[in-house]
Design a protein around this ligand. Structure first.
Ligand code: FPP
Length: 251
């Protein structure tokens, strides 16, 4: 069952794992008469600020939806700009990640990424693997259904080889073959820009998550907006199917 923990800098219960669908870069730019790329660039700054603040708050895990499988359908030039931004982010942020004990993990179909981005992601994962203070997960070329299908194939293959019986497959076993295997369940899922959809983001992992939809476009997100999302989480009463009294008794 997902749990909340008390951050050293927060008196309210904190989520262990926050996942964010970063939406609204294009609308932010269009509203200012700027090209969509300008929205993505400002969005990358919002990523920096949000990661920094999450680390300051003592969050255990932050997952950001940086690029979905469906995003490959965007114009080639926009895809290229997003890939360039991602690569630049990884290069620029490495020293700060190392300094702040941040471990970077990428989920998604990395084999579909341009070689230079994939290599950079894998180098960053290797260099930051010992980071103990926060896990930053970047979902890149990610789609939750596809990850579930891949996991189901892996289970079928284990069964075919006689290494697994049908009765061995339970929630924990399935979780162990997802790309998010060693991460805690998502406690709080945030989507920016007023859209109220999950868009294939972490369907298994965020099953019991609290959802927070904010009208803020991603480029305007940052420390204050993350605080507001976490404050909203702290106001929710998570009961996990129990009565209010039972849940309160468990703390
Ligand atoms: C959604 O906005 C956002 C994306 C598809 C990409 C998210 C990428 C970034 C925030 C910047 C790069 C990422 C990192 C990790 C450095 P949209 O373009 O769909 O906005 P719209 O719905 O208003 O068009």
């Amino acid at each position: 069952m997902p749990t909340a923990f008390q951050s050293p800098s927060h008196t309210e219960p904190m989520p262990r794992h926050v996942a964010i669908i970063m939406d609204g870069n294009g609308r932010w730019a269009q509203g200012r008469g700027l090209p969509r790329t300008a929205g993505h660039e400002k969005g990358a700054e919002a990523v920096r600020e949000t990661v920094r603040h999450a680390r300051r708050l003592g969050l255990e895990c932050l997952t950001l939806f940086a690029f979905s499988t469906l995003n490959w359908q965007r114009p080639t030039s926009e895809v290229r700009d997003l890939m360039d931004l991602l690569e630049r982010f990884l290069v620029d942020e490495l020293p700060e990640m190392l300094q702040n004990g941040i471990r970077l993990v990428a989920i998604g179909e990395r084999e579909l990424l341009p070689a230079k981005v994939r290599t950079r992601l894998e180098e960053t994962e290797a260099r930051t693997a010992h980071g103990k203070d926060m896990t930053l997960v970047l979902a890149v070329s990610y789609d939750g259904r596809r990850d579930l299908v891949r996991a189901a194939r892996q289970i079928a293959e284990l069964a075919r080889r006689g290494e697994l019986l049908p009765a061995d497959v339970d929630e924990a076993q399935l979780a162990s073959v997802l790309s998010t295997a060693d991460l805690p369940d998502v406690d709080l899922l945030v989507r920016t820009s007023g859209e109220k959809r999950l868009s294939g983001f972490l369907p298994f992992e965020a099953c019991y998550a609290e959802l927070h939809f904010t009208p803020i476009h991603w480029p305007d997100f940052g420390a204050e907006a993350l605080d507001a999302s976490i404050a909203e989480f702290a106001r929710r009463h998570r009961r996990f199917g129990m009565t209010g009294e039972q849940a309160a008794a468990l703390g």
